[in-house]
Design a protein around this ligand. Structure first.
Ligand SMILES: [Zn+2]
Length: 328
C-alpha cells in the first residue's frame, strides 16, 4: 500500500511517501502566507513532488486547526494566514488534486496525526490512554483514549492549549480568549511577552538575539543557556502552566502517558520535559497514578507519517509501518 502524508504547518508543508510500511521519500515547501488558494496549491505541489495523486492509495493531511469530523472542513486555523472562516479544505484539495475515486483523502488536525504516529510507532507504543501536547508556535494537543483517537462531536478533543490556567483574565491567547495554556507556553505568546518586558525596561537576550526577526526556538535555547533572567521567568511560567493544565487533564480522564513534542520542546530537550513531569506529578489528585511525561521520539516527520497512517484507514492496518528518514 502506497500512502502520502502531508503535515500542513504554519511555516512549512512537509510531505512523506510511505510504501510498504517505509518512508521512501519526503518533500518540504514553505507555507504561503497569501491565502487559501495558494496554500492549497502548495499542498498539491508537495503531493506532485512525491509522485502525484495517482501514485498513492490514500492521501492524509494534518492541518493546524480544528477539523470538523466527517467533512474535512477547517473551522478554526489561527496559524494559517487567510483561513479566518470555515474552509472546506478536503473538498478544495479533492478538486485541486483531481483525485481518482480509488484514492482516499483524509483531513485531520495536525497534532492528532502526530499523536497517532507516536502512539503506534513512537513514544506512546503500548499505552492506551495518551495525551500528546505539542509545544511550538502554539500549543496543540491530541488524545488517545482506550487505544483510539478521540475527536469529539466538534473535532476539538485534545485541544489542551486552549484550556484555562488562570481564573480571571490572564494573557490573551492566539484564539482571542484569555488565560489559556497557549498564552503561557506557546512560543509566539512568549515572544510577545518577552518584547513587552524588554520595551518596559527589562532587557533580555531573547530580543537582542532575535532582533526584528521571529524569535525561534533556538533563540530561546541560547538565551536559556546563558541564564537570561526573562527567559528563565518565561520558561518557569510555561512549565507551571503546563503542570496545571496537564494535571487537570490527567485527573479528568486518568491518563497513563503524556507525550511532549513540538519545535520548542524538541529544542529545549529532555530536561524541559522532566521539569514538566515534576510540575504535573506534584498536582495529581490520584497519587498512585502511573502517569509518565516523556519526549516524543519520531521527530519532525511525525505529523506527516501520522497523516499517512490516518489515510490508511482504521488502526491496525498499518501497525507495521516503520518511520525512517530525517528526524525519525
Ligand atoms: Zn486559546
Amino acid at each position: 500500500m502506497s500512502l502520502i502524508g502531508i503535515d500542513l504547518g504554519g511555516t512549512k508543508v512537509q510531505g512523506v511517501l510511505v510504501d510498504d510500511g517505509q518512508v521512501v521519500a519526503d518533500a518540504k515547501l514553505a507555507t504561503p502566507t497569501s491565502g487559501v488558494h495558494d496554500v492549497v496549491a502548495a499542498v498539491v505541489g508537495c503531493v506532485a513532488r512525491l509522485g502525484g495523486p495517482t501514485s498513492a492509495d490514500g492521501i492524509g493531511i494534518g492541518a493546524p486547526g480544528v477539523v470538523e469530523p466527517g467533512t474535512g472542513t477547517l473551522v478554526r486555523a489561527p496559524n494559517l494566514v487567510g483561513f479566518e472562516g470555515r474552509v472546506p479544505l478536503a473538498a478544495l484539495l479533492g478538486e485541486a488534486l483531481g483525485l481518482p475515486s480509488s484514492t482516499s483523502l483524509v483531513v485531520d488536525n495536525d497534532v492528532n496525526a502526530a499523536v497517532v504516529a507516536e502512539h503506534r510507532l513512537g513514544a506512546g507504543q503500548g499505552s492506551d490512554d495518551v495525551l500528546g501536547v505539542w509545544v511550538g508556535t502554539g500549543v496543540g494537543g491530541g488524545m488517545i483514549l482506550d487505544g483510539r483517537l478521540r475527536r469529539g462531536p466538534a473535532g476539538g478533543a485534545g485541544e489542551i492549549g486552549h484550556v484555562g490556567v488562570v481564573v480571571d483574565g490572564g494573557r490573551q491567547c492566539g484564539c482571542g480568549l484569555f488565560g489559556h495554556l497557549e498564552s503561557y507556553a506557546g512560543r509566539a505568546s512568549m515572544e510577545s511577552e518577552a518584547r513587552r518586558r524588554h520595551q518596559a525596561g527589562k532587557p533580555t537576550r531573547l530580543v537582542e538575539l532575535a532582533g526584528d526577526k521571529r524569535m525561534k526556538s533556538s533563540v530561546f535555547l541560547k538565551a536559556f543557556d546563558v541564564g537570561d533572567e526573562v527567559t528563565l521567568e518565561l520558561l518557569d511560567e510555561a512549565v507551571r502552566a503546563l503542570g496545571v493544565a496537564l494535571a487537570s487533564a490527567a485527573t479528568l480522564v486518568d491518563l497513563q502517558l503524556v507525550v511532549v513534542g513540538g519545535g520548542l520542546a524538541g529544542k529545549l530537550g529532555p530536561r524541559f520535559v522532566g521539569r514538566i513531569e515534576q510540575a504535573v506529578r506534584s498536582r495529581l489528585f490520584v497519587r498512585t497514578s502511573p502517569l509518565r511525561v516523556v519526549p516524543a521520539t519520531l521527530g519532525e516527520l511525525a505529523g506527516a507519517v501520522g497523516a499517512a497512517l490516518l489515510a490508511s484507514g482504521p488502526a491496525g492496518a498499518s501497525t507495521a509501518l516503520l518511520a525512517s528518514g530525517p528526524g525519525a
